[in-house]
Write a protein that binds this ligand. Structure first.
Ligand SMILES: O=P(O)(O)OP(=O)(O)OP(=O)(O)OC[C@H]1O[C@@H](n2cnc3c(O)ncnc32)[C@H](O)[C@@H]1O
Ligand SMILES: [Mg+2]
Length: 212
């Protein structure tokens, strides 16, 4: 499974994720297909309570439909001052249909309602609104939908008061990495893959598969 030169079907419709998976899997000589290649496939109900549960739901549903091994990613943003929200509801935080700009506006609104003591860094830098982390769960299942590997990766950062950067997707413009002094939306694909929840989860998956 996942041999160089082969292809992997990723059970996602998220264009930002597909770009990152293409870049990450290319390093392993694998070609990525995704549900963006099958626009007629209906959304899979993500009614799991955890990222891991939803990743397995998505991977299983697509493996059983196509009869091939499938990987799926369920991921989201967990914000300390919002008691871990939006979490598994990150995609639809501002409602249906999922809209990144609306989600980011809602995030700032919700943090504005919770008077946060100034946590900001040096003057002139962005105002820190809350520590946060991205979580990515990846499930790999065989063509029968049986789990082969389940991994998770995290990325720690801070939600800041105004968006920065044009790259990445989703909540990246508000997710600041103090060690780098930039948001995830200000990083190149390679820089983001090196520290992102998705890159960390995938490297755990490679390690797990190399040991099999
Ligand atoms: O379910 P699929 O088809 O994979 O696509 P989705 O966008 O619905 O994906 P999720 O259900 O996993 O929801 C992920 C949410 O978390 C956000 N998110 C996930 N990874 C992110 C990242 O690397 N940078 C910014 N936001 C991210 C993303 O914008 C979504 O709002
Ligand atoms: Mg989803």
């Amino acid at each position: 499974m996942l041999l160089p030169g082969s292809e992997i079907l990723i059970a996602t419709k998220n264009a930002g994720k597909v770009k990152e998976f293409e870049s990450l899997f290319r390093d392993k000589g694998l070609t990525v297909r995704s549900l963006r290649d099958y626009p007629d496939i209906p959304d899979i109900p993500e009614d799991g309570e955890t990222f891991a549960a939803n990743a397995l739901i998505k991977a299983r549903a697509i493996a059983l439909r196509f009869g091939v091994a499938v990987a799926a990613d369920d991921s989201g943003l967990c914000v300390d001052r919002l008691d871990g929200a939006p979490g598994v509801y990150s995609a639809r935080y501002a409602g249906e249909p999922p809209d990144d700009a609306a989600n980011n506006r809602k995030l700032l609104d919700e943090l504005g309602k919770r008077a946060a003591p100034a946590q900001g860094p040096a003057p002139g830098g962005p105002v820190y609104l809350s520590p946060a982390r991205f979580v990515c769960a990846i499930a790999l299942v065989d063509k029968h939908g049986e789990p082969v590997a389940e991994v998770e990766g995290e990325c720690e950062g801070v939600i800041i008061d105004s968006p920065r950067g044009e790259r990445g997707f989703g909540y990246d413009p508000l997710f600041y990495v103090p060690e780098l002094g930039r948001t995830l939306a200000e990083l190149t694909m390679e820089e983001k893959n090196a520290l992102s929840h998705r890159g960390r989860a995938l490297r755990k998956l490679w390690d797990m598969l190399d040991r099999k």
